[in-house]
Design a protein around this ligand. Structure first.
Ligand code: ADP
Length: 228
């Protein structure tokens, strides 16, 4: 469970990125985070990942107030999250297998266990046959699938996807969405920031709409525009 309790984030003394935000996201939910550029979507994500601290309020993750925990405990919090970005952020000098394995290597996990889990994740995203390819030998959709495998390899309970379909054509975007939907059905919470109107409208998931740092709308089975 994620809970924002009266969270305000102010940058540089007077730029209010989030204002008195209250919301709860239960385990296993699929949530779209929408709103125009500058609305506060990235800030919300950064607060969750402990890349920024709130100016006021509490952020509670699985009954722990993470707003002001010390740096020693940040790795434990980050381990609960997998993150997928619009621009994939793969390591160009490592092949597919190694890109996914790297996310486990940095936690000092043994080779055998890494191999088993990487194969599982590459199978899930249907890329095991391309495990020896390098990122520049893959299509955009394939690169995004590698980044999803990498995000899942440490078994996070929450997957954050920041515009994951922003660089993809419509068919490929839907491929990614079906993959994310399948991952959500296995119990992983998904929080996806997006401007993809058609995807939000067709998926009929919970919609959180931010505007100028305020939560303008929180709707189950929502659409992109309130008027629809
Ligand atoms: P979104 O992701 O919806 O585009 P952001 O969370 O990036 O919105 O931005 C919300 C507001 O906070 C904007 O006014 C933006 O300019 C400001 N902002 C974001 N990050 C910083 C920062 N590091 N320093 C100063 N202002 C920032």
């Amino acid at each position: 469970m994620i809970e924002f309790k009266d969270v305000t984030k102010v940058y540089l003394k007077d730029i209010i990125a989030l204002k008195n935000l209250n919301l709860k996201i239960a385990d296993g939910e699929f949530v779209f985070l929408i709103g125009p550029s500058g609305a506060g979507k990235s800030t919300l994500i950064k607060l969750l990942l402990k890349e920024e601290a709130p100016t006021k309020g509490q952020i509670v993750l699985d009954d722990v107030d993470i707003s002001h925990v010390g740096s020693r405990r940040i790795p434990n919090i980050r381990r609960k999250f997998g993150v997928v970005f619009q621009d994939f952020r793969l390591l160009e000098d490592r092949d597919v297998f190694s890109n996914v394995a790297y996310a486990m290597e940095i936690h000092g996990i043994g080779k055998k266990e890494i191999r088993k889990r990487v194969i599982e994740c590459l199978t899930l995203v249907n890329l095991l046959d391309k495990r020896k390819y390098f990122p520049n030998q893959l299509s955009g959709g394939e690169q995004q699938r590698v980044s999803i495998a990498r995000a899942l390899v440490n078994n996070p309970s929450i997957l954050i996807a920041d515009e994951p379909t922003g660089n993809l054509d419509s068919n490929t975007a839907w491929e990614i969405m079906h993959l994310l939907e399948g991952i959500n059905e296995t119990g992983t919470t998904i929080i996806m920031a997006t401007h993809a109107k058609e995807i939000v409208n067709q998926m009929k998931k919970r919609v959180l709409q931010l505007e100028r740092g305020h939560l303008l709308r929180d709707e189950e089975n929502g659409e992109y525009d309130e008027s629809n």
